[in-house]
Design a protein around this ligand. Structure first.
Ligand code: SAH
Length: 211
């Protein structure tokens, strides 16, 4: 992990000490199924079962850096998966994190992983379909969507407070989407394409339906 972090710093993907520190603090192996634990230090997406993957280390770093995630931020994550990324955000923000997962078994898996590390009191794993039901709050500083959709759901932007940031993979192609960052400024939004990415699709019964 140390070597990957050094490389990501050299590449300018990790820019701040808070991100470096959080990545060093959270043991990625503890969030992986036993048969793939040996790959925890590799900077690649890793399968976590149910056809889902946990993102590569550079992607986790990029999501934290591009949203300028910092202490005090209130975060909503869509797509809990293993719970690893939610744990990293929480180390940076020093706050609770809310995270939604549609697959009941993965929600359970994430809760178990977080409990092992004593992080379950800080990270609220909600087993729900985030294309259909979202928290009754619209004061999040940062929303991180870790599954791709054809367009940016305005329902997600509505959940942000003023100057809040939303980051998500957007696109119709299975193996390539644009990672889009949106900043909410008053009634307007600033939009920026960060890079091309490959995420699993957001599925569900809501308007934000994908496949
Ligand atoms: N952030 C994760 C990796 C996410 S993979 C980690 O730290 O490991 C994307 C996840 O989004 C998958 O677990 C998938 O089941 C979930 N997902 C897909 N559609 C969803 C929806 N409509 N609502 C909530 N979660 C969803």
């Amino acid at each position: 992990m140390e070597r990957v972090i050094e490389e990501l710093k050299e590449l300018g993907i990790i820019r701040r000490e808070v991100v470096e520190k959080a990545l060093k603090e959270v043991p990625r192996a503890e969030f992986l199924p036993e048969e793939v634990r040996q790959y925890a230090h590799l900077d690649t997406p890793i399968p976590i079962g149910y056809d889902q993957t946990t993102s590569a280390i550079h992607m986790v770093s990029m999501l934290c850096e591009e949203t300028e995630l910092e202490e005090g931020d209130e975060v909503l994550e869509i797509g809990t998966g293993s719970g690893y990324m939610a744990c990293v955000y929480s180390k940076i923000t020093k706050k609770e994190v809310f995270t939604i997962e549609i697959i009941p078994e993965l929600a359970k898996f994430a809760k178990k992983n977080l409990r092992k590390l004593g992080m379950d009191a800080f990270i609220h794993v909600i087993n729900a379909d985030a294309t259909f039901s979202l928290p009754f709050r619209n004061d999040f500083d940062v929303i991180i969507v870790t599954a791709c959709s054809k367009d940016i759901p305005k329902e997600y932007i509505e959940k942000l407070k003023d100057r809040g940031r939303l980051i998500m993979p957007v696109g119709a192609y299975k193996f390539s989407q644009d990672l889009i960052l949106i900043k909410k400024i008053g009634k307007k939004q600033e939009m920026k394409k960060i890079t091309e990415v490959a995420f699993v699709p957001l599925r569900g019964i809501g308007r934000i339906y994908n496949d």
